[in-house]
Write a protein that binds this ligand. Structure first.
Ligand SMILES: Cc1cc2nc3c(=O)[nH]c(=O)nc-3n(C[C@H](O)[C@H](O)[C@H](O)COP(=O)(O)OP(=O)(O)OC[C@H]3O[C@@H](n4cnc5c(N)ncnc54)[C@H](O)[C@@H]3O)c2cc1C
Length: 470
């Protein structure tokens, strides 16, 4: 049942915003509008607004304050912390703003705040250009970019935010501003890592990179009991002996067509096939049960892993850092963690633990450069439970939190507690919205000051609390 304020705000938005779409629970399309990548994140917004322009976003922000209706913003809807959906309030869904325009005079792209990575990959490819996008192409550009952004091209070019040249933002006071190295430099610093806390991104200007040639990539699947140790040792060696052109993601999971856990590797080489086959020879020689590796245009790369992680059912992601070399015995022990979940929660066998083996050389800019603080020679384990029923939410969340402690325990065992404590967490993988000190580290005090400058009333309050409560 909508509150009087929500009803009044919906009427005001409908009469004021002639070009944007306003839905309420009785509207056609409402049920579709509140769907999220994970069903657990679906909340019944009082109003869903699909803005078409920056001006309409600005008006909506101001009206939400006037009517005291809280708001949430969503793009690709992949988040599993709940920050992008809202019970009863105003949902600003950027999904109608998905234009990408490429400027060939300087190889940049202007990308609207509702785009998913598929939009960018497909707009850049005809010009033999590419951007460091997410490894699943239905992930939202804005959510991923504002919090950091790792992808297959990270080894070559760094993080997504490293290639942001400008962001157009709607701020809490309704102003539409550009943040770049020339304008609003302090806001530009803040939005590159903590952007979700500062406003609504209308568009990004990204520096694209030449991507003339096809890549060699695909997936190979192995039985864990037989090949896990070899695959882990290979991954350690891959990062130690190759450059940023090669990368790999390794998942441990229980495929429905196998009687035992498997290791699924997604491999990538941005170079000729013979070179790639030589680098990945130790895996190819293991006779994978499935092998889809081949030469393909880069534009296909970010769709390779889409299948198992499509929308629907319940899932979350919790990232924990790891350092190399990874101990195969430790990874074997995580198979046991997955089995624990299978025994506790029916329908959870599609759960996965994903290790990202990207070269970090291009990521090692000083942490003070921008709000994103976790720059270091470490990868991320993405703990990714999958389940079916709402009644299991608490059990699964508790399992994921415990599994995160296990992975962090290994980080401490290998590096010592002091070093491990200095390695922060990746906010974009954090379904639990942990203490912001763990995400922003030494950048938190400056972020708190800027939050008070740009959003003193905490309008954008769904993500990390940057200012400590009194
Ligand atoms: C299947 C999957 C694959 C992933 N792969 C990668 C990967 O390869 N690399 C990587 O770095 N991360 C990856 N992630 C993590 C991803 O970066 C985060 O989940 C990110 O928040 C998703 O953004 P979204 O727009 O899709 O999500 P949403 O749930 O729509 O939004 C997430 C956050 O961004 C905010 N937001 C969204 N749009 C805007 C906007 N226009 N302006 C202001 N705030 C906005 C929301 O309010 C919310 O706080 C992946 C996640 C999933 C689920």
């Amino acid at each position: 049942m909508a509150t009087p304020n929500v009803t009044a705000l919906a009427a005001q938005l409908r009469s004021t915003l002639k070009n944007s779409t306003v839905l309420t629970p009785d509207s056609e399309g409402y049920a579709q509008a509140i769907i999220r990548w994970s069903d657990e994140m679906e909340k019944r917004a009082g109003i869903v607004l699909y803005p078409e322009t920056a001006e309409d976003i600005s008006t909506a922000v101001l009206l939400s304050k006037e009517f005291s209706v809280p708001l949430a913003v969503c793009g690709g809807k992949h988040g599993s912390s709940g920050a992008a959906s809202i019970e009863g309030g105003l949902q600003i869904d950027m999904g109608h703003m998905r234009n990408v325009s490429v400027d060939l005079s300087n190889n940049t792209a202007k990308v609207q705040g509702g785009c998913i990575w598929k939009d960018v990959d497909e707009a850049a490819a005809p010009h033999k250009l590419a951007m460091i996008g997410g490894t699943i192409n239905h992930t939202g550009v804005a959510g991923l970019t504002l919090g950091g952004g790792y992808g297959w091209l990270t080894g070559r070019h760094g993080l997504t935010i490293d290639e942001v040249r400008a962001v157009t933002m709607v701020l809490a006071d309704g102003r539409i501003v550009t943040a770049s190295s020339d304008e609003n430099q302090d806001l530009f610093w803040a939005v590159r890592g903590a952007g979700h806390c500062f406003g609504i991104a209308v568009d990004f200007t990204f520096q694209l990179h030449p991507q003339e040639n096809p890549v060699w990539s695909g997936q190979m699947l192995f039985p864990a009991s037989k090949d896990l140790t070899t695959v882990v040792n290979f991954a350690n060696n891959l990062v130690a002996t190759t450059d940023g052109a090669s990368a790999m993601v390794m998942g441990i999971t229980q495929p429905p067509f196998m009687q035992e856990p498997a290791v699924v590797t997604t491999v990538f080489h941005d170079g000729p096939e013979d070179e790639a086959r030589e680098i990945f020879k130790p895996l190819l020689e293991l006779n994978p049960k499935i092998n889809t590796t081949k030469v393909r245009p880069y534009v296909e790369q970010n769709s390779l892993m889409n299948g198992p992680v499509d929308y629907g059912n319940r899932k979350l992601s919790k990232g924990v850092p790891f350092t190399l070399p990874l101990d195969p015995n430790f990874v074997h022990s995580l198979v046991g963690e997955l089995k624990k979940l299978h025994s506790q929660v029916e329908g959870s066998t599609k759960s996965i633990m994903l290790f990202e083996f990207f070269h970090m050389g291009k990521v090692l800019n000083p942490w003070q450069d921008m709000a994103h603080a976790i720059r270091g020679e470490h990868g991320q384990v993405m703990i990714g439970p999958f389940w079916l029923k709402a009644e299991d939410d608490a059990t699964v969340r508790s399992w994921a939190a415990d599994a995160a402690v296990v992975v962090r325990g290994e980080l401490e065992r290998v590096n010592g507690k002091e070093v491990a404590d200095s390695i922060g967490e990746y906010g974009n993988y954090d379904a639990f919205l942990v203490d912001p000190r763990r995400i922003f580290g030494k950048n938190l005090p400056r972020l708190a000051e800027l939050k008070l400058k740009f959003d003193p009333e905490n309008v954008f309050n769904r993500s990390y609390p940057l200012v400590a409560s009194p």
